[in-house]
Design a protein around this ligand. Sequence first.
Ligand SMILES: Cc1cc2nc3c(=O)[nH]c(=O)nc-3n(C[C@H](O)[C@H](O)[C@H](O)COP(=O)(O)O)c2cc1C
Length: 411
Amino acid sequence: MFVLVGVTGGIAAYKTVHLVRALVLDGHEVHVIPTEDALRFVGRPTWEAISRHPVTTSVHDDVAQVRHVALGQQADLIVVAPATANFLAKFAAGLADDLLGTSLLATTAPVVVAPAMHTEMWRHPATTQNVEVLRARGVHVIGPDSGALTGGDVGPGRMSEPDAIHAYVAGLLAGEDPEGTRAKSLDGVRVLVTAGGTREPIDPVRYIGNRSSGKQGIAVATAAADRGAEVTVVLAHVDSDVLREASAHRSITLERAGTAAELGDAVARLAPSADVIVMAAAVADYRVEDASETKISKDSTDGALHLTLVETADVLAATTAARRTGQTIVGFAAETEPDPDIRIERARRKRERKGVDILALNEVGWTKGFESTDNTLSLIGADGAVLATVSGTKRETAEALWDAVLAVRGT
Ligand SMILES: Cc1cc2nc3c(=O)[nH]c(=O)nc-3n(C[C@H](O)[C@H](O)[C@H](O)COP(=O)(O)O)c2cc1C
């Protein structure tokens, strides 16, 4: 196959050497097209030696070969790694002021881009819109991952690992549709998800609740349903737009549960027939010991109302204790601890205590985690390893969670 590797001006260009080598070793004819800026990071001799072909950046080199369109026309696939914010903007606008730009406009082959940049640049509305434009045109976008960035900061923006890009590209060259593969990845799998926040009554009109909107749980459920799973959601209190989304999905069955006890009963009933259980609901740890049968009035409380709160049953621990062979169980932990190391350590201990296969650690706070459309999840696996740390929309973090579940199940 004839593969073009575009390289743009980011630090991650050095990792692309590994990608080019892997593609050459696969037996492909690989031509590297760097931008002028990319050559400041990794020089022409490296690209020529590793690809075994001459390397140019400009449309004015080798004019007799009409290279500015010939490469794109011959290509079976073009992958651009790293893809800078500047490159994504140029590609979205259709600019063709260098060999990479003209080749991309001259091709009808699949195009893969692997963005790499600082988190602020990745989250900038200009970049977000450019990526949306490219996706809408059928461009495959892989990554970016979340992790340590060049400036020492941590967040989404790190280029996907060369092995992951190589695997994605190899799949496309073999005729696979990575999105299509994902779409069927939970075919026939029975999934149980809990979502929303429980409410513990004080009296017939008042309750103790929490700030969970149910968005993350429903994103997990819809992502599973879109991948072909049969999904049942035990739904505690959720925002009305979240309820609309969940009700609209053909492959999702809803069961309502108000209190922690009701949620626990529903899960105990439904869990035996589930292959994967994801407990994303925010379940109350305490309930009022003696909820009043009638509305408590100020006349009866003499300036203060004293409530005794008792612990509720631990639904997650009960579910793992009753687990049957072949079942995969995912728990969620919301932590306000600001220190990431302490947060992860606590999550590791909680994963072990609860006996879940994956614990999804959710950093929350006054302005983080709840009600927002975005989230950051760290996924802790069986040996305490951080399987992935993902930031993005709740749908994106849900997709990462399902990728991790499939990896753990070995499917
Ligand atoms: C040390 C250094 C690292 C850089 N890393 C990135 C990066 O990872 N992503 C990015 O979008 N821009 C990065 N830039 C900025 C780009 O190099 C700059 O926008 C350039 O114009 C990109 O050109 P190109 O897209 O034509 O290759 C970096 C600049 C420097 C000096």
